[in-house]
Design a binder for this molecule. Structure first.
Ligand code: NAI
Length: 331
Protein backbone atom coordinates (compact mmCIF):
# COMPACT_ATOMS: atom_id res chain seq x y z
CA UNK A 1 0.00 0.00 0.00
CA UNK A 2 1.20 3.59 -0.65
CA UNK A 3 2.04 5.11 2.72
CA UNK A 4 3.11 8.70 3.47
CA UNK A 5 5.01 8.81 6.77
CA UNK A 6 5.16 12.23 8.43
CA UNK A 7 7.35 13.79 11.12
CA UNK A 8 10.13 11.32 10.41
CA UNK A 9 13.61 11.23 11.82
CA UNK A 10 16.50 8.86 11.11
CA UNK A 11 15.42 6.47 13.90
CA UNK A 12 11.86 6.16 12.49
CA UNK A 13 13.08 5.60 8.98
CA UNK A 14 15.53 2.90 10.05
CA UNK A 15 12.89 1.02 12.08
CA UNK A 16 10.15 1.32 9.44
CA UNK A 17 12.43 0.40 6.55
CA UNK A 18 13.70 -2.64 8.47
CA UNK A 19 10.12 -3.78 9.24
CA UNK A 20 9.03 -3.09 5.66
CA UNK A 21 11.35 -5.79 4.36
CA UNK A 22 8.62 -8.16 5.61
CA UNK A 23 5.65 -6.03 4.46
CA UNK A 24 6.67 -4.50 1.11
CA UNK A 25 4.63 -1.29 1.32
CA UNK A 26 5.50 1.67 -0.88
CA UNK A 27 6.72 4.10 1.80
CA UNK A 28 7.65 7.77 1.31
CA UNK A 29 9.13 9.62 4.29
CA UNK A 30 8.35 13.29 4.93
CA UNK A 31 10.12 15.34 7.59
CA UNK A 32 7.32 17.87 8.28
CA UNK A 33 4.55 17.16 10.71
CA UNK A 34 1.17 16.41 9.21
CA UNK A 35 -1.24 19.33 9.59
CA UNK A 36 -3.40 21.52 7.37
CA UNK A 37 -0.41 23.22 5.71
CA UNK A 38 1.37 19.95 4.87
CA UNK A 39 -1.59 17.65 4.08
CA UNK A 40 -1.19 18.28 0.34
CA UNK A 41 2.04 16.23 0.45
CA UNK A 42 -0.14 13.17 1.03
CA UNK A 43 -2.17 13.59 -2.18
CA UNK A 44 -2.37 10.25 -3.92
CA UNK A 45 -1.42 8.23 -0.81
CA UNK A 46 -4.12 5.82 0.37
CA UNK A 47 -2.58 5.82 3.86
CA UNK A 48 -0.82 8.37 6.02
CA UNK A 49 1.28 7.69 9.09
CA UNK A 50 1.38 10.59 11.56
CA UNK A 51 3.22 10.84 14.89
CA UNK A 52 2.14 12.30 18.24
CA UNK A 53 2.52 16.00 17.43
CA UNK A 54 0.86 15.92 14.03
CA UNK A 55 -2.45 17.77 14.06
CA UNK A 56 -5.19 15.94 12.21
CA UNK A 57 -8.06 18.33 12.77
CA UNK A 58 -11.18 18.42 10.61
CA UNK A 59 -9.58 20.69 7.98
CA UNK A 60 -6.50 18.45 7.65
CA UNK A 61 -8.60 15.30 7.42
CA UNK A 62 -10.82 16.92 4.80
CA UNK A 63 -7.76 17.67 2.66
CA UNK A 64 -6.42 14.16 3.13
CA UNK A 65 -9.75 12.62 2.11
CA UNK A 66 -9.83 14.83 -0.98
CA UNK A 67 -6.34 13.60 -1.88
CA UNK A 68 -7.51 9.98 -1.69
CA UNK A 69 -6.37 9.02 1.80
CA UNK A 70 -8.57 6.38 3.44
CA UNK A 71 -6.39 5.23 6.32
CA UNK A 72 -4.68 7.10 9.15
CA UNK A 73 -2.11 4.70 10.63
CA UNK A 74 -0.89 6.49 13.74
CA UNK A 75 2.50 5.18 14.88
CA UNK A 76 1.80 5.92 18.54
CA UNK A 77 -0.62 4.97 21.30
CA UNK A 78 -2.10 8.38 22.32
CA UNK A 79 -4.48 9.76 19.67
CA UNK A 80 -5.47 13.13 21.16
CA UNK A 81 -4.14 14.90 18.03
CA UNK A 82 -6.77 13.34 15.75
CA UNK A 83 -10.37 14.55 15.36
CA UNK A 84 -11.94 11.10 15.39
CA UNK A 85 -15.48 12.36 14.77
CA UNK A 86 -14.30 14.21 11.65
CA UNK A 87 -12.42 11.12 10.44
CA UNK A 88 -15.53 9.02 10.92
CA UNK A 89 -17.70 11.54 9.07
CA UNK A 90 -15.25 11.41 6.16
CA UNK A 91 -15.32 7.60 6.13
CA UNK A 92 -11.66 7.36 7.11
CA UNK A 93 -10.28 4.56 9.26
CA UNK A 94 -7.91 5.38 12.11
CA UNK A 95 -5.58 2.73 13.54
CA UNK A 96 -2.86 3.07 16.14
CA UNK A 97 -0.21 1.10 17.99
CA UNK A 98 -1.89 0.57 21.36
CA UNK A 99 1.07 -1.19 22.95
CA UNK A 100 4.67 -1.46 21.87
CA UNK A 101 6.75 -1.45 24.98
CA UNK A 102 5.10 -0.26 28.14
CA UNK A 103 8.51 -0.95 29.69
CA UNK A 104 10.14 1.77 27.57
CA UNK A 105 7.87 4.49 28.95
CA UNK A 106 7.65 3.20 32.53
CA UNK A 107 11.42 2.78 32.72
CA UNK A 108 11.89 6.31 31.36
CA UNK A 109 9.62 7.63 34.12
CA UNK A 110 11.96 6.04 36.65
CA UNK A 111 15.06 7.25 34.79
CA UNK A 112 13.73 10.79 35.19
CA UNK A 113 12.61 10.20 38.76
CA UNK A 114 15.94 8.81 39.92
CA UNK A 115 17.87 11.53 38.12
CA UNK A 116 15.76 14.19 39.78
CA UNK A 117 15.81 12.63 43.23
CA UNK A 118 19.55 11.80 43.25
CA UNK A 119 20.56 14.85 41.17
CA UNK A 120 22.76 12.78 38.88
CA UNK A 121 22.29 15.35 36.08
CA UNK A 122 23.97 17.95 38.26
CA UNK A 123 26.66 15.52 39.44
CA UNK A 124 27.49 14.65 35.83
CA UNK A 125 27.99 18.31 34.92
CA UNK A 126 30.05 19.03 38.02
CA UNK A 127 32.42 16.13 37.55
CA UNK A 128 33.04 17.13 33.93
CA UNK A 129 34.23 20.50 35.29
CA UNK A 130 36.48 18.68 37.80
CA UNK A 131 34.11 19.75 40.61
CA UNK A 132 33.78 16.78 42.94
CA UNK A 133 31.91 18.64 45.71
CA UNK A 134 28.64 17.28 47.08
CA UNK A 135 26.91 20.41 48.39
CA UNK A 136 23.39 20.68 47.01
CA UNK A 137 23.26 17.05 45.89
CA UNK A 138 21.42 15.54 48.86
CA UNK A 139 18.64 13.27 47.64
CA UNK A 140 16.27 10.82 49.32
CA UNK A 141 15.57 7.08 49.28
CA UNK A 142 12.68 5.85 47.16
CA UNK A 143 12.42 2.93 49.55
CA UNK A 144 9.59 3.48 51.99
CA UNK A 145 8.08 6.43 50.08
CA UNK A 146 4.50 6.47 48.84
CA UNK A 147 4.29 6.51 45.06
CA UNK A 148 0.93 7.32 43.51
CA UNK A 149 0.19 6.07 40.00
CA UNK A 150 -2.66 7.74 38.13
CA UNK A 151 -3.78 5.45 35.30
CA UNK A 152 -3.13 1.73 35.70
CA UNK A 153 -3.25 0.58 32.10
CA UNK A 154 -0.29 -1.03 30.37
CA UNK A 155 2.34 1.56 31.31
CA UNK A 156 0.98 2.40 34.76
CA UNK A 157 1.08 -1.27 35.74
CA UNK A 158 4.72 -1.65 34.73
CA UNK A 159 5.50 1.53 36.66
CA UNK A 160 3.68 0.14 39.70
CA UNK A 161 5.74 -3.06 39.54
CA UNK A 162 8.98 -1.10 39.28
CA UNK A 163 7.91 1.04 42.26
CA UNK A 164 7.26 -2.10 44.27
CA UNK A 165 10.78 -3.27 43.44
CA UNK A 166 12.15 -0.09 44.98
CA UNK A 167 10.21 -0.82 48.16
CA UNK A 168 7.68 1.97 47.69
CA UNK A 169 4.17 1.89 49.09
CA UNK A 170 2.08 2.06 45.92
CA UNK A 171 -1.24 3.88 45.60
CA UNK A 172 -3.26 3.47 42.40
CA UNK A 173 -6.03 5.53 40.88
CA UNK A 174 -8.05 4.52 37.81
CA UNK A 175 -11.79 4.47 37.10
CA UNK A 176 -11.20 0.91 35.75
CA UNK A 177 -9.67 -0.45 38.93
CA UNK A 178 -8.26 -3.98 39.02
CA UNK A 179 -8.34 -5.19 42.63
CA UNK A 180 -6.55 -8.45 41.74
CA UNK A 181 -3.62 -6.49 40.30
CA UNK A 182 -3.51 -4.28 43.39
CA UNK A 183 -3.54 -7.32 45.63
CA UNK A 184 -0.68 -8.95 43.70
CA UNK A 185 1.49 -5.89 44.38
CA UNK A 186 0.24 -5.24 47.89
CA UNK A 187 -0.88 -1.86 46.51
CA UNK A 188 -4.26 -0.19 46.92
CA UNK A 189 -6.66 1.77 44.77
CA UNK A 190 -8.02 5.08 46.05
CA UNK A 191 -9.69 8.23 44.77
CA UNK A 192 -7.57 11.01 43.28
CA UNK A 193 -7.75 13.43 46.28
CA UNK A 194 -6.53 10.69 48.62
CA UNK A 195 -3.71 9.70 46.26
CA UNK A 196 -2.57 13.31 45.95
CA UNK A 197 -2.73 13.90 49.69
CA UNK A 198 -0.70 10.79 50.57
CA UNK A 199 1.87 10.43 47.79
CA UNK A 200 5.49 11.58 48.01
CA UNK A 201 5.76 10.94 44.27
CA UNK A 202 2.92 11.18 41.74
CA UNK A 203 3.38 9.62 38.29
CA UNK A 204 0.87 10.18 35.47
CA UNK A 205 0.00 7.27 33.18
CA UNK A 206 -3.47 8.16 31.92
CA UNK A 207 -4.48 9.36 28.45
CA UNK A 208 -5.26 12.98 27.64
CA UNK A 209 -9.00 13.34 27.06
CA UNK A 210 -11.39 16.29 27.53
CA UNK A 211 -12.03 14.89 31.04
CA UNK A 212 -8.37 14.56 32.01
CA UNK A 213 -7.23 17.88 30.50
CA UNK A 214 -5.44 19.87 33.25
CA UNK A 215 -6.09 17.13 35.81
CA UNK A 216 -3.09 18.62 37.59
CA UNK A 217 -4.09 22.23 38.18
CA UNK A 218 -3.89 24.80 40.98
CA UNK A 219 -6.54 22.98 43.00
CA UNK A 220 -5.05 19.49 42.66
CA UNK A 221 -1.52 20.81 43.26
CA UNK A 222 -2.77 22.38 46.49
CA UNK A 223 -3.98 18.94 47.60
CA UNK A 224 -0.50 17.42 47.14
CA UNK A 225 1.94 16.83 49.97
CA UNK A 226 4.45 19.67 50.29
CA UNK A 227 7.63 18.62 48.49
CA UNK A 228 5.87 16.16 46.20
CA UNK A 229 7.73 14.94 43.10
CA UNK A 230 5.55 14.99 39.99
CA UNK A 231 6.43 12.82 36.98
CA UNK A 232 4.62 13.15 33.66
CA UNK A 233 5.55 10.79 30.83
CA UNK A 234 1.99 10.70 29.51
CA UNK A 235 0.71 13.84 27.79
CA UNK A 236 1.55 17.49 28.47
CA UNK A 237 -2.07 18.66 28.52
CA UNK A 238 -2.66 16.73 31.74
CA UNK A 239 -0.87 19.55 33.57
CA UNK A 240 -1.85 23.22 33.71
CA UNK A 241 1.62 24.69 33.12
CA UNK A 242 1.06 28.19 34.62
CA UNK A 243 -0.31 26.54 37.79
CA UNK A 244 2.73 24.24 37.87
CA UNK A 245 5.13 27.16 37.49
CA UNK A 246 3.30 29.06 40.26
CA UNK A 247 3.61 26.05 42.59
CA UNK A 248 7.33 25.71 41.74
CA UNK A 249 7.89 29.41 42.45
CA UNK A 250 6.21 29.02 45.85
CA UNK A 251 8.58 26.12 46.59
CA UNK A 252 5.62 23.81 47.05
CA UNK A 253 7.00 21.00 44.86
CA UNK A 254 10.09 18.91 45.54
CA UNK A 255 10.64 18.37 41.84
CA UNK A 256 9.03 17.90 38.47
CA UNK A 257 10.09 15.47 35.74
CA UNK A 258 8.46 15.98 32.38
CA UNK A 259 8.82 13.95 29.21
CA UNK A 260 5.87 15.83 27.72
CA UNK A 261 4.72 19.44 27.72
CA UNK A 262 1.36 20.84 26.74
CA UNK A 263 2.77 23.15 24.07
CA UNK A 264 5.46 20.73 22.89
CA UNK A 265 4.10 20.64 19.33
CA UNK A 266 6.48 22.67 17.18
CA UNK A 267 9.19 22.67 19.86
CA UNK A 268 10.05 19.09 20.77
CA UNK A 269 12.05 16.84 18.46
CA UNK A 270 13.91 19.87 17.07
CA UNK A 271 17.18 21.66 17.83
CA UNK A 272 16.67 25.25 19.05
CA UNK A 273 20.17 25.65 20.49
CA UNK A 274 21.09 28.23 17.87
CA UNK A 275 18.02 30.43 18.26
CA UNK A 276 16.77 29.94 21.82
CA UNK A 277 13.28 29.09 22.99
CA UNK A 278 10.33 31.21 21.88
CA UNK A 279 8.05 29.57 24.47
CA UNK A 280 8.35 31.58 27.72
CA UNK A 281 6.66 28.93 29.87
CA UNK A 282 9.00 26.18 28.71
CA UNK A 283 11.97 28.53 29.05
CA UNK A 284 10.87 29.34 32.64
CA UNK A 285 10.51 25.64 33.47
CA UNK A 286 14.08 25.00 32.35
CA UNK A 287 15.36 27.56 34.88
CA UNK A 288 14.24 25.62 37.97
CA UNK A 289 17.00 23.40 39.38
CA UNK A 290 14.38 20.85 40.44
CA UNK A 291 12.76 20.51 37.02
CA UNK A 292 14.00 17.89 34.58
CA UNK A 293 12.67 17.83 31.03
CA UNK A 294 13.19 15.32 28.26
CA UNK A 295 11.83 15.73 24.76
CA UNK A 296 9.03 13.12 24.60
CA UNK A 297 11.47 10.25 24.40
CA UNK A 298 9.72 7.70 26.60
CA UNK A 299 9.11 5.53 23.53
CA UNK A 300 12.68 5.83 22.26
CA UNK A 301 14.13 2.37 22.77
CA UNK A 302 15.22 -0.09 20.09
CA UNK A 303 12.57 -2.54 21.23
CA UNK A 304 9.73 0.01 21.18
CA UNK A 305 10.73 1.43 17.77
CA UNK A 306 10.82 -2.04 16.22
CA UNK A 307 7.41 -2.90 17.70
CA UNK A 308 5.90 0.42 16.60
CA UNK A 309 7.18 -0.06 13.05
CA UNK A 310 6.00 -3.64 12.80
CA UNK A 311 2.51 -3.00 14.23
CA UNK A 312 2.03 0.11 12.08
CA UNK A 313 2.89 -1.74 8.89
CA UNK A 314 0.80 -4.74 9.95
CA UNK A 315 -2.16 -2.38 10.55
CA UNK A 316 -1.72 -1.05 7.01
CA UNK A 317 -1.52 -4.58 5.61
CA UNK A 318 -4.70 -5.66 7.43
CA UNK A 319 -6.54 -2.58 6.15
CA UNK A 320 -5.42 -3.24 2.55
CA UNK A 321 -6.51 -6.87 2.89
CA UNK A 322 -9.94 -5.84 4.19
CA UNK A 323 -9.39 -7.76 7.42
CA UNK A 324 -10.86 -6.91 10.82
CA UNK A 325 -8.69 -4.18 12.31
CA UNK A 326 -7.76 -5.09 15.86
CA UNK A 327 -6.07 -1.71 16.39
CA UNK A 328 -8.82 0.51 14.97
CA UNK A 329 -9.85 3.50 17.10
CA UNK A 330 -13.56 4.11 17.20
CA UNK A 331 -15.04 7.40 18.33
P1 NAI B 1 -3.76 2.38 28.57
O1 NAI B 1 -4.93 2.70 27.70
O2 NAI B 1 -3.27 0.97 28.63
O3 NAI B 1 -4.06 2.84 30.07
C1 NAI B 1 -4.56 4.09 30.41
C2 NAI B 1 -5.29 3.92 31.73
O4 NAI B 1 -5.67 5.23 32.18
C3 NAI B 1 -6.57 3.09 31.62
O5 NAI B 1 -6.54 2.04 32.58
C4 NAI B 1 -7.68 4.09 31.92
O6 NAI B 1 -8.80 3.52 32.59
C5 NAI B 1 -6.93 5.09 32.80
N1 NAI B 1 -7.60 6.38 32.93
C6 NAI B 1 -8.32 7.05 32.01
N2 NAI B 1 -8.77 8.20 32.54
C7 NAI B 1 -8.31 8.25 33.82
C8 NAI B 1 -8.45 9.19 34.87
N3 NAI B 1 -9.14 10.31 34.73
N4 NAI B 1 -7.85 8.92 36.05
C9 NAI B 1 -7.13 7.79 36.22
N5 NAI B 1 -6.98 6.86 35.25
C10 NAI B 1 -7.55 7.09 34.06
O7 NAI B 1 -2.60 3.35 28.10
P2 NAI B 1 -1.02 3.14 28.25
O8 NAI B 1 -0.52 2.32 27.12
O9 NAI B 1 -0.70 2.73 29.62
O10 NAI B 1 -0.50 4.64 27.99
C11 NAI B 1 -0.82 5.69 28.88
C12 NAI B 1 -0.46 7.00 28.23
O11 NAI B 1 0.95 7.10 28.10
C13 NAI B 1 -0.97 7.17 26.78
O12 NAI B 1 -2.30 7.62 26.75
C14 NAI B 1 -0.02 8.17 26.21
O13 NAI B 1 -0.57 9.46 26.38
C15 NAI B 1 1.23 8.04 27.07
N6 NAI B 1 2.38 7.58 26.31
C16 NAI B 1 3.54 8.32 26.34
C17 NAI B 1 4.65 7.92 25.63
C18 NAI B 1 5.93 8.68 25.67
O14 NAI B 1 6.79 8.49 24.78
N7 NAI B 1 6.17 9.54 26.65
C19 NAI B 1 4.61 6.73 24.77
C20 NAI B 1 3.37 5.97 24.88
C21 NAI B 1 2.30 6.42 25.59
Amino acid sequence: MKLAVFDTHSYDQQALSAANVRHGHEIVYFEPRLHAATASLAAGFAAVCPFVNCRLDAATLQQLAQGGTRLVALRAAGYNGIDLAAAKALGMTVVRVPAYSPHAVAEHAFALLLTLVRKTHRAYNRVREADFSLDGLVGFDLHGKTLGIIGTGRIGRVAARIATGFGCRVLLCDPQSDPAFAQQLDASYCELPQLLAQSDIVSLHLPLTPDSHHLINAESLARCKPGVILVNTSRGGLIDTPALIAALKRGQLGGVALDVYELEEGVFFQDWSGTGLADDQLARLTTFPNVLISSHQGFLTREALANIADTTLENVRAFAAGETLINAISC
